[in-house]
Write a protein that binds this ligand. Sequence first.
Ligand SMILES: Cc1cc2nc3c(=O)[nH]c(=O)nc-3n(C[C@H](O)[C@H](O)[C@H](O)COP(=O)(O)O)c2cc1C
Length: 309
Amino acid sequence: MKKNAEFDVRDFRNALGHFPTGVTVITTLDDDGDPIGCTASSFNSVSMDPALILWSVDKNAYSAEIFENAEYFAVNVLSESQVATSNRFAGRGEDKFKDVSYIAGTGGVPLLEGCGAQFECKTWNVYEGGDHLIIVGEVISYSHNQSKTPLVFSRGSYSIASQHPNLDSYSSVSTGSEFLNDFLLYQLNSTISLYRKELYPALIEGCNVTPEDWRILTLLDKSLSLPFVDLSKLVMQPIEELKQSLEMLSEAGVVKYSNDTVTLTTKGGALQSKLVTIAKHHEKGLLSKLSEDEIRTLKNGLKSISGIE
Ligand SMILES: Cc1cc2nc3c(=O)[nH]c(=O)nc-3n(C[C@H](O)[C@H](O)[C@H](O)COP(=O)(O)O)c2cc1C
């Protein structure tokens, strides 16, 4: 256990990242009546009766004072297709609403399109919370859309929530349902879960590489450098979180990043080769019941369904 005095902010954030959250954009209007929005994962429920929710805003955020004094605000719970919306509202500044579709809710607060749920709130109280303000809102109306799947934020990366497959053993993956056992989505889901369950611990054990770092390292081509913004989209990490991951990889000497461009170092290239060897070894184990021809057919079929070139 690390004691309070030994806390390193980066490590503390990494520990907190093990608690997955949804992603919201909190919106309101400023004194001039202009729309304001801030991406926040600190949203949570507080009370059923009265209906209260909370979120916390960094005191250094541009919008902190505006939210502190706002009479009304809205919580827009993002769906899995709204990563770009999350990234846009995680930027600092005023003009985040350009080309964003929204309607005016109670008190004129912006309600974004395409969200999984929305809560219109009247500010109930604002509390001190260290370097953040804790804003409690009374929910005055809400809506939700069952056809939307939530966007999840976990360990510094965007994720999606899918139902947990049974992972107790290979045999127990079979459900007894003729339909499910022959249903491609169920088969793919179970296969992916089995693969991840074995691969991720092996990457940590063999190379001390997390699943998030593994994504970055496998995407970087040895001879090419990748613009920072493109990498952020490919690994599904917001810019600030990607910077933190890259800082750590750079301290370990495996990547170099400058002028918003990321490159694999020689040491990084060697690590990448080691990771690929581990991944291939695990893939071989998973596919051991299939012949070479069956493996090729399976891979070609999946490539053509998914559009992977
Ligand atoms: C997934 C994610 C979750 C975030 N959660 C919060 C949060 O709960 N509170 C907060 O103050 N900032 C949070 N941020 C950072 C803010 O969105 C960011 O500081 C933004 O610049 C604030 O906007 P503003 O400076 O225009 O007010 C989060 C960012 C991301 C990408």
